[in-house]
Design a protein around this ligand. Structure first.
Ligand code: SF4
Length: 344
């Protein structure tokens, strides 16, 4: 059976090559063709001899998911419904901005965490994505947007904020992150990749010393009472355990701010009291709060709040940066909490 190039880190590919008698340095050449030039055929890798091209083609393949549907928002956001080998589907979102182009990547088919405001969680969990399925989301969007030529725009940022809880699939997610960072010329730096978690505290603590990128926490509430109501996982990993884990991350990466995502829900978590409570909670951390505005979807009990400015001002006054994030892709169900493999 052929082996997947995209499932391997560079070290794993070197080992696999050595195992079949191919010199180690060839792995770096193949990686450059794959990640710098977007090649999917070994026969296009011109610094590799014909015999070796054929040998590689017999032993390996370079995966791309099928683009099942493309939805374009009036604000420029593009949502891709991607079909995998086993016909499961995931969504990936391209978000162009003035100074950067972000791609929002999924880490699982569905999600088991079940946040009450999230369409992905509502539809349940199917399986983890493999490393190749994570990496290929980035590559297939570069194909679609024709971004492989030098001088074209870059996909400058990656956020793991699509479908799934990345830390429940941390092995494959972290392998993918290392592949995104591989190429010194076109790879992304650790500051440009953010992994967002619903707060799997023991995993944050365990991974803290070697965590290769930025960390974002989907907090959404300043106390356990409110958080457990909207995020049942809080009954397992409560706010104190998350803050303690974040302190460990900060000890190891003091120069990187931790982002706390805070989705404002009308009459649930949007009061001044909540804002002051949040200020106290985060006062000892190098933190930033992203204020998100709720995007409704059919079947959800919550409503959007109109208190974003006041809420943000309270945090900012106490020295915590709290930008209000612009809604993107609402008209195509591509905004925060709206992704699903069932609605597209
Ligand atoms: S918000 Fe994230 S962690 Fe929560 S259910 Fe949705 S995808 Fe899962």
């Amino acid at each position: 059976m052929k082996q997947s190039i995209l499932n391997c880190t560079i070290e794993e590919l070197e080992e696999a090559f050595l195992g079949i008698g191919i010199p180690k340095y060839r792995a770096k050449q193949v990686f450059e063709w794959v990640y710098r030039f977007g090649k999917t055929s070994f026969f296009e890798m011109t610094n590799i001899g014909k015999e070796l091209q054929a040998q590689l083609d017999r032993a390996f393949y370079i995966f791309r998911p099928q683009i099942a549907k493309v939805s374009k928002s009036v604000d420029g956001t593009i949502k891709f419904l991607l079909q995998l080998h086993d016909l499961n589907k995931i969504e990936t979102v391209f978000i162009p901005e003035l100074k950067r182009n972000t791609i929002c990547i999924s880490s699982q088919v569905g999600c088991a965490v079940g946040c009450k405001f999230c369409n992905t969680g509502y539809n349940g969990f199917i399986r983890n994505l493999t490393t190749e399925e994570i990496v290929a989301q980035f590559l297939v969007i570069k194909d679609y947007l024709n971004l492989w030529q030098e001088g074209t725009e870059r996909l400058s940022n990656i956020v793991f904020m699509g479908m799934g809880e990345p830390l429940y699939n941390h092995v494959n997610v972290l392998k993918a992150v290392s592949n995104f960072m591989f190429d010194s010329k076109t790879g992304l730096s650790r500051r440009k990749i953010t992994t967002s978690t619903s707060g799997i505290a023991p995993m944050i603590e365990k991974l803290a010393p070697t965590f290769p990128c930025r960390l974002a926490i989907s907090l959404h509430a300043p106390n356990d009472l409110i958080r457990s109501r909207i995020m049942p996982i809080n009954d397992i990993y409560n706010i104190k355990s998350i803050i303690d884990a974040c302190e460990k991350y900060s000890d190891c990466h003091s120069y990187l701010k931790i982002t706390f995502e805070y989705l404002l829900l009308k009459d649930v978590n949007d009061s001044d009291v909540c804002a002051f409570e949040l200020t106290n909670l985060l006062s000892n951390l190098n933190a930033k709060v992203n204020i998100l505005q709720f995007n409704s979807w059919c079947g959800c009990e919550f409503q959007a709040s109109n208190r974003a400015s006041t809420f943000s001002a309270i945090l900012e006054k106490s020295g915590i940066p709290a930008p209000i994030r612009t809604r993107r892709g609402v008209d195509i169900m591509a905004a925060c909490g709206q992704l699903s493999n069932a609605n597209s």
